[in-house]
Structure formats: C-alpha cells, structure tokens
Design a protein around this ligand. Structure first.
Ligand SMILES: NC(=O)c1ccc[n+]([C@@H]2O[C@H](COP(=O)([O-])OP(=O)(O)OC[C@H]3O[C@@H](n4cnc5c(N)ncnc54)[C@H](OP(=O)(O)O)[C@@H]3O)[C@@H](O)[C@H]2O)c1
Length: 436
C-alpha cells in the first residue's frame, strides 16, 4: 500500500509508522513535513525522526528507501505541495493517515484553526481527488484515517457516548477541542453526503509506551507528576477522578492494524480505557511511594500533596495568578510574568485531570476485537481481583522510571536540584509546557 502520512514529526504517528512497516510488507510512505522554527529543513527533520525510531537499523534503512518527503505549507493552495508531487500523490496514494494537529491548549482560535480545521479540509480535498481518479481507473476506493480526540466532545455531564455517525459535542474546553470537533464534524458530513471511506480514531489521553514506559513528549499528566515530585503542587483536587490514559504503543497497534488489515473502512473507533482507569488518589499514592524510594537526588524531600475541595483548589489557583501578576507589576521581573503565564497554561490541563470525563467504549472494543489483533488497552495501574491478587500488571512504574531516567525529557535538572538550586531549565519550565 502507498500511504500519505501527516504528523510524522510528532509523538504518536512515528509509532504507527513503525508498526505499519512491520505489518505491511509492501508499504511505501509519502510523509508531509514542514521545516521547523530552528531552520531545520524537511530532510533533517525526517532524519531525526528516523534516528529516534525504536526499530532495527535494517528497518530504518528500509523505511528511508521506501519513503518520499513532501514539503507542505497548509496556508498555501494545495498545501503548497509542488504540482508534480501533488499529481503523483493523486496517482499513487491508496490511504491517507491524517495525524497532524496543533495540540496546544492556549492558542487563539484563528491560529489553531489553520492546523486543525483548514489542514483537515485540505487533506480531504486531496482525498477526494484520489478517490475520483481511482474511480475512473476502476481501482478500489481509498480510505482516509483521521486521528480525532475523545476530548472533541467537550464538556459533558453524562458519560460521553459513542454516537457515530452522529456527533453532538458539548461546550469545548479550549480552542484545541473546538477545532478538533469542527474537523470531525466536517468529515462526518462527507461520510453522510458521499459515503466516503473515512475512519475516525478517538484516543483519550495518550501516555508513554506500556512496553518501555517511554514517551517522546512529557506533557499533561507527566507535568502534574513532575510538579508533585518538585514540591510545586502542594494542593490537588478531585482524588476520585479517573483520568482516561491509554499507552501510545496500544494506540499505534490498533490504528496500524485497522490500516494494514484493510477490512474496516468507515466509522469511528474510540481508544479509551473506559471504566478501567485508576483514581487520581491511587496514582498519587503509588507515585509518591515510587519517587520517594527511587529519588536520584540524595536528601531531596518530596512534600505530600493535600487533596482539597474544588472550590478551594480553584481559589488558590486564582490567588496565585493574581499574586504573580501583582508582583510582576511592582518588580517588573519577567520571572513573575512567566510564572503567571505558566499557571494559565497549567489551567489548560484541568479539563483532563480535575474534570470528570467518562468515555463509553463498548462499541469500539467490539470493533477492536473484530478488526484487530489487539485486546483492551493495558491499564497504567495494577488491577486486582476481590482477594487483592494482581490480575493485570500495570505499566505505571515503567512510566515513572522513564521520567527519572530522562529528567522528564530534560525538563528537570537533577544536578541543580541536588545543589539546592532551582531545578528547571528556566523559571517557568515546570509550568511552561502547554502541549498535550
Ligand atoms: N497526544 C495525545 O494525548 C492525544 C490524545 C488524543 C488525540 N491526539 C491526536 O493525535 C494526533 C497526534 O498527536 P501528537 O500528540 O503526536 O501531537 P504532536 O506530538 O504535537 O505532533 C503534532 C504533529 O502535527 C504536525 N503539525 C501540526 N500542525 C501542522 C501544520 N500546520 N503543518 C504541518 N504539520 C503540522 C506537527 O508538525 P511540526 O513538528 O512541524 O510542528 C507534528 O508532526 C493529533 O491529531 C492529536 O489531536 C493526541
């Protein structure tokens, strides 16, 4: 199969590509890439991705041989793709995986709409041209696989339904959720109008690999864990919430199976832990014990977090913001402005941590069972039977080990922490990661 793939420089898509390489012996990839802000061109960026892949050198060489890079700029006509290359894509592509998105929670609607909505419309336009060409040629219809998010449903008082082909999102939590919802609605309209082969994946929170514990991006729950470790999170709320976290290797295994097996071509599959998630209080207790027992910094004391009612927690956050803002006005020290901004960024995570969202997943689990070789998502925590015996081993410890091995992907400097200096690379680094 010939695949056109977006998002390969991100966290999730490279793992799907690793799997597709293994599962589809005849795979050929066209990767849509843009240059980055540091001046790296598309070849350099792809080489860096290739280097980071967790596959044998021979497989890396095979991937390099069996791929072409496509420079894109989504703000230009036909995504700025060179006309000859655009024609080649229309002639050759069997399947599109659209995994690219701007996953930051603090962007303006106008800005994030370009990456999350306009980009999806452009991808659909390419898909439509491929479909037409293949129809004329009498070839099988192409499929567009789109990675949405369970959080596109926004604020929901009830468990979030698996309502495909309907979709009635609640008020969005942020512009990310809003634009992901718009893109999903756009594609669902196309399914209804043209019976297009479009598969929508709806992961919840994607965490590190259940096999290795590693992740490419330390954000969201990792930041909460890091703040806890550094003693910068004296309070937390919602101890009974069960954040819906699924490991990236499982997400990639399901998506790549659906794509490579080529038997499921239209619908939505939610990738969720469902009702098997662990409460925050439990994750905190296991985490506290682990970080205390394995702390690489001698003498570092990890303060305990107190769980407080929501109103208290949110009042504290508000007061802290006002305090940093006021100190900034008086001192003009940029550190305080950054800290104030950091708190706002942290607030972006609250819908995922402090709000109780429950994702129904029974229909999707039946699809996963029927169309893939995957079982249910591995749970982060250990699952025990009524007698207290572990019936499913969790991967939480591997996840925590990876945070200590890498210093949360370089966010924490243990040497500085040992010397009693501020441990983050920049004053606001602890809060300043807004990416999911
Ligand atoms: N991670 C999660 O917890 C999670 C959960 C549910 C759903 N999802 C969905 O899964 C997908 C992958 O997420 P991720 O965590 O891997 O995100 P990520 O690490 O932030 O990667 C995003 C990818 O999209 C590309 N991209 C974004 N805007 C672009 C643009 N305008 N033009 C070209 N490329 C653009 C990025 O390219 P650059 O490197 O050039 O910026 C990068 O390759 C997304 O659709 C996301 O909504 C993620």
């Amino acid at each position: 199969m010939n695949y056109f793939i977006t998002g390969v420089t991100g966290t999730v898509v490279p793992i799907i590509v690793e799997d597709l390489l293994r599962k589809d012996a005849d795979s050929f990839f066209y990767f849509a890439i843009r240059g980055d802000a540091k001046g790296n061109g598309i070849q350099e960026r792809f080489d860096a991705v290739l280097k980071s892949l967790d596959i044998k050198p021979a497989m890396k060489a095979r991937l390099a041989e069996r791929s072409k890079l496509v420079e894109i700029d989504v703000e230009k006509e036909n995504m700025g793709i060179d006309p000859d290359m655009y024609a080649e894509l229309i002639a050759r592509i069997d399947k599109i995986l659209h995994g690219a998105a701007d996953v930051r929670f603090d962007q303006s609607y106008e800005k994030i709409k370009i990456s999350n909505v306009i980009f999806t419309i452009e991808i659909y336009n390419l898909f439509r041209k491929i479909k037409e060409r293949r129809r004329v040629a009498g070839a099988f219809a192409p499929t567009l696989y789109y990675i949405s998010t369970g959080y596109a449903y926004g604020i929901y008082k009830t468990p979030i339904p698996e309502d495909y082909p309907q979709f009635h999102p609640g008020k969005p939590d942020n512009t990310y959720a809003q634009t992901k919802a718009e893109a999903k609605s756009f594609l669902l309209d196309k399914v209804r109008m043209f019976d297009d082969r479009i598969v929508i994946f709806e992961p919840t929170i994607i965490g590190g690999s259940s096999r290795t514990g590693r992740t490419k991006t330390y954000n969201l729950h990792y930041i909460v864990m890091m703040l806890g470790y550094l003693g910068k999170l004296p309070f937390l709320t919602a101890p009974d919430n069960r954040p819906d976290i699924v490991p990236v290797d499982w997400v990639a295994a399901v998506i790549s199976d659906i794509m490579a097996k080529d038997a499921y071509h239209q619908g939505a599959i939610r990738l969720s832990i469902g009702d098997r998630g662990a409460p925050i209080q439990h994750l905190y207790e296991v985490g506290y014990e682990y970080y205390t027992a394995n702390d690489p910094v001698p003498g570092h004391v990890i303060p305990k977090i107190r769980f407080v009612p929501r109103w208290f927690f949110f009042s504290m956050i508000l007061m802290l913001k006002i305090w940093y803002q006021s100190v900034y006005f008086v001192t003009r020290a940029r550190r305080y402005r950054k800290l104030r901004k950091g708190i706002s960024l942290l607030e972006g995570y609250f819908p995922y941590i402090t709000e109780n969202k429950v994702f129904e997943n029974a229909k999707s689990m039946a699809l996963i069972e029927k169309y893939t070789d995957c079982g249910p998502a591995p749970a982060l925590h250990e699952i025990r039977d009524a007698a207290g015996n572990i019936v499913e081993k969790g991967y939480y410890r591997k996840t925590m080990a990876a945070t200590l091995e890498t210093g949360w992907g370089g966010l924490v400097d243990f040497e500085r922490l040992a010397k009693g200096q501020t441990s983050e690379k920049s004053p606001a680094a602890a809060y300043g990661v807004s990416r999911k």
